[in-house]
Design a binder for this molecule. Structure first.
Ligand SMILES: Nc1ncnc2c1ncn2[C@@H]1O[C@H](COP(=O)(O)OP(=O)(O)OP(=O)(O)O)[C@@H](O)[C@H]1O
Ligand SMILES: [Mg+2]
Length: 500
């Protein structure tokens, strides 16, 4: 089997011999292709340096090899990490070292004695001037980095789209929980408390409040906290569906109901929401003919699909919302009184933003983060005077308007941080005549009667005011706000999330 001629130089027969040969060959390879090598002993003293390395000595400020050999490695090579290799016994196969002599691609390998103990280390300069020698690698890396950045941005946009898509009609999943309803002011805490209670019951809930106050968000949260959370959450925006189509939208169309091509049999929202929650948004805009049918459905627990003469039972919890003054509509006669009372079992008044100004800093922070996520860009920081200005505005459009102003601010500001002056300009440009900042806007309440309330409530209010002030002063920085209040950051978070 031995194919080698007897005079061919043979490999050593023992494994150890082969290893030594390989090590020697590799050492020669490294020493010829690398830019330079040196060895240190266990104490970190340089005991050997090759010819190649010696040309770096002048750049290290050394005129003779004697100033290098025999010296401690960190005394002659600034920023070297050789000592770590000696201490840990772990090789660093590739690293960048920068010091006064330039930037180098280096390798550091521990040397082990017969008993495997580290006895020294070898330092290798693989390349000097990596910016030129490694150019192909660096440009490839830059390309990959760019692709990665693009992918990250795309992902952020898609996430934003998903978030937005969830707000369309007919969504089958509640996107928000009570934690998404930001606010620790007494007014916000109270509406959350009532909504949590409502979630426990199966009666209809009526959410009343100005536009943009978070009614839809609360409807999602009530569903998510209810026993029906695992069931569907289906919403109908009554104002957005033409009156003629609403009945089919609500109750569905039975097969063979119409000969017309435009009405195919389909399930109505009541059917789709079976076992879950049906959110009737803008209920104040419901046409009268349908009000009677809705009332009957709610009373009987049965619906009659269009073109069918069969009653179908449903198991749906109704949450309705409107920004209109429903009791005034009843007085005017445009909203049926009996339906009003049917829906009015658990009415919740969602407070406007100007009744919960202390929530503005936290909302600004949340909306800023959300915008950053959707647009993949950094949002500008508001300086304390700008935040005070925001807190003083009447916010007729409530949180939706606040979001718009912040979006405008992000688009229009030239700098990363926005002060009151810039914000005033931005508010004017978006058609809002700014009101005074909060400090001047809020009259002091010195009325004794205002103090004849439960002490715990008043203490909680003062606490919330102090937290809002600290957040304002620290431009939303919670660490700094907690420090200013002499409480831990965890306590501050606790108060912000769970003020009750
Ligand atoms: N407390 C809150 N915390 C965080 N975001 C909120 C809060 N309230 C409202 N928002 C946000 O403000 C925007 C408007 O809220 P939502 O759509 O729930 O208002 P609405 O009361 O249904 O308004 P409209 O009557 O105009 O339909 C949404 O983007 C919502 O996520
Ligand atoms: Mg709404």
């Amino acid at each position: 089997m031995d194919a080698l001629a007897p005079d061919t130089p043979a490999l050593p027969l023992d494994a150890q011999g082969i290893l030594e040969l390989a090590a020697r060959s590799m050492f020669h390879l490294f020493s010829s292709v690398s830019q330079g090598m040196f060895l240190v002993d266990l104490s970190g003293r340089i005991v050997w340096v090759n010819e190649g390395y010696q040309r770096f000595l002048p750049e290290l400020g050394l005129t003779h090899v004697d100033q290098f050999l025999g010296h401690m490695v960190e005394d002659v090579i600034p920023n070297t990490q050789m000592r770590r290799v000696l201490e840990t016994g772990e090789a660093v196969l590739i690293d960048l070292l920068t010091n006064r002599a330039g930037t180098f691609v280096v390798s550091r390998i521990p040397l082990r004695g017969d008993d495997e103990q580290v006895i020294g280390a070898i330092g290798i300069v693989l390349f000097d001037h990596p910016e030129t020698t490694l150019q192909p690698l660096i440009s490839k890396f830059a390309l990959l980095q760019r692709d990665l950045d693009d992918a990250r941005r795309e992902l952020a946009v898609q996430r934003g789209r998903q978030l937005r898509a969830g707000s369309g009609d007919g969504t089958r999943r509640a996107r928000h929980t009570f934690a998404s309803f930001v606010g620790s002011s007494p007014a916000a805490a109270e509406v959350k408390r009532q909504a949590r209670r409502a979630a426990q019951s199966s009666s209809p809930v009526l959410l009343l409040g100005e536009t943009g106050t978070g009614k839809e968000l609360l409807a999602h949260a009530i569903h998510a906290a209810s026993a029906r959370a695992a069931g569907p959450f289906v919403s109908v925006n009554i104002a957005a569906v033409p009156d003629t189509l609403l009945e089919a939208e609500f109750f569905g169309v039975a097969p063979g109901a119409y000969t017309g091509a435009d009405r195919k049999p389909r399930d109505g929202k009541f059917k789709l929401a079976d076992g879950g929650t049906l959110f009737l948004d803008e209920i104040g805009d419901m046409p009268q003919s349908l009000q009677a049918k809705l009332l009957r459905a709610l009373q009987e627990g049965e619906i009659e699909p269009l073109g069918s003469n069969q009653l179908v039972p449903f198991d749906v919890r109704v949450v309705a919302a409107t920004s209109r003054d429903l009791s005034a509509l009843v007085r005017e006669g445009t909203f049926r009184e009996d339906l009003y009372y049917r829906l009015h079992v658990l009415p919740l008044r969602v407070p406007p933003l100007r009744e919960r100004r202390s929530d503005i800093p936290a909302l600004v922070e949340l909306l800023g983060e959300d915008m950053a996520l959707r647009n993949g860009t950094a949002t500008p920081e508001l300086r304390p005077d700008a935040l005070a200005l925001l807190m003083g505005q009447p916010w007729r459009g409530n949180i939706r308007e606040l979001r718009n102003v912040l979006e405008q601010a992000a688009m229009r500001s030239e700098s990363q941080s926005i002060d009151a002056e810039q914000l005033t300009r931005i508010l004017r440009e978006t058609g809002v005549e700014p009101a005074a900042p909060l400090a001047e806007a809020a009259p002091a309440v010195a009325d004794d009667r205002a103090l004849l309330r439960p002490l715990a409530e008043q203490v909680a209010e003062v606490e919330q005011r102090a937290i809002a002030a600290a957040l304002r002063a620290s431009a939303g920085n919670k660490q700094a706000a907690a420090r200013a209040l002499g409480i831990s950051r965890a306590t501050l978070y606790g108060r912000l999330e769970n003020p009750e």
